[in-house]
Write a protein that binds this ligand. Structure first.
Ligand code: ADP
Ligand code: ADP
Length: 242
């Protein structure tokens, strides 16, 4: 059974209006998508194609106009738009801009600790778990007392990844989340994520404009076409020699 299922999802936004009439622009048009347990599905497409909209719907941050979104076979949101607490923990996301995704007032420690505190951890077990997560993304635990926003973009993004892993998610949505990391860090982060897939069956929806990044990692590659993800047959085939 699929971890995440989108079925025939439609989404339109009203655009324009300043000078002309406000028109509804259809961003997703009967979009369907599945992510299985331990599967990595890559989603590509040009800017404005609707990738982030699809991601926000998969995260329950937005309602589709019509269609179904299921997690683990159950509707992602109930009739009132609420998500079950267990599902909220099970689906985590990392976005492109780590500065926008973290509080400037937080130390690096607090960024990772926040979800763990909600989950009831405190004291020595909390500190040990934060250190462990920092080490997993190869951040120096000695730097955890610094303000998170003093970190470089790459360090801060790794911190965001550690936070996303804190509650052992079952599905990770990465929206251009590794694109900004340097090549060495990208490789290390992908190796870490590969471990999570193999050992814990974590599924990935990986939005990127850089397919090369996902060679050996993506099981399936989809491209947004006319508002819906379309599977690419042989995405990693070498370019034909001319
Ligand atoms: P991508 O992630 O592929 O770049 P997006 O999902 O961000 O694409 O955007 C798809 C289209 O939907 C764009 O034309 C964008 O302007 C529009 N859009 C996205 N979010 C909103 C919104 N909240 N209100 C109005 N238009 C939006
Ligand atoms: P190791 O390489 O040390 O054996 P694993 O790759 O098995 O580690 O992962 C262990 C770490 O990954 C633990 O800190 C665990 O909490 C964390 N983790 C993150 N996401 C998950 C998940 N979905 N299920 C289980 N552990 C997870």
């Amino acid at each position: 059974m699929s971890l995440l299922e989108l079925r025939q999802v439609d989404k339109s936004y009203r655009q324009g209006g300043l000078f002309g009439p406000r028109e509804a622009v259809r961003v997703l048009d009967r979009a369907s998508l599945d992510v299985g347990r331990g599967e990595c599905v890559a989603l590509l497409g040009p800017s404005g194609a609707g990738k982030s909209t699809l991601a926000r719907i998969a995260l329950g941050l937005e309602w589709p106009d019509s269609g179904e979104v299921r997690f683990d076979g159950m509707p992602l949101l109930d009739d009132r738009g609420r998500m079950a607490a267990a599902t909220r923990r099970a689906i985590q996301a990392v976005f492109q801009d780590p500065y926008g995704a973290t509080s400037p007032r937080f130390s690096a420690f607090e960024v990772i600790a926040e979800p763990l505190r909600y989950a009831g951890l405190s004291g020595a077990p909390l500190r040990a778990r934060v250190r462990e997560l920092a080490e997993q993304v190869e951040l120096d635990p000695g730097a955890l007392s610094r303000l998170a926003h003093r970190f470089s973009g790459g360090q801060l993004q790794r911190l965001c990844i550690a936070r996303a892993l804190a509650l052992q998610p079952r599905l990770l949505v990465l929206d251009e989340a590794v694109s900004s990391l340097d090549l060495t860090t990208q490789a290390r982060v992908l190796a870490l994520l590969t471990g999570l897939r193999r050992r814990h069956g974590v599924g990935f929806l990986f939005i990127t404009h850089d397919l090369r990044l996902l060679r050996g990692f993506a099981d399936r590659v989809l491209v947004m076409e006319d508002g819906r993800p379309v599977e690419v047959d042989d995405p990693f085939a070498p370019e034909p020699a001319i």
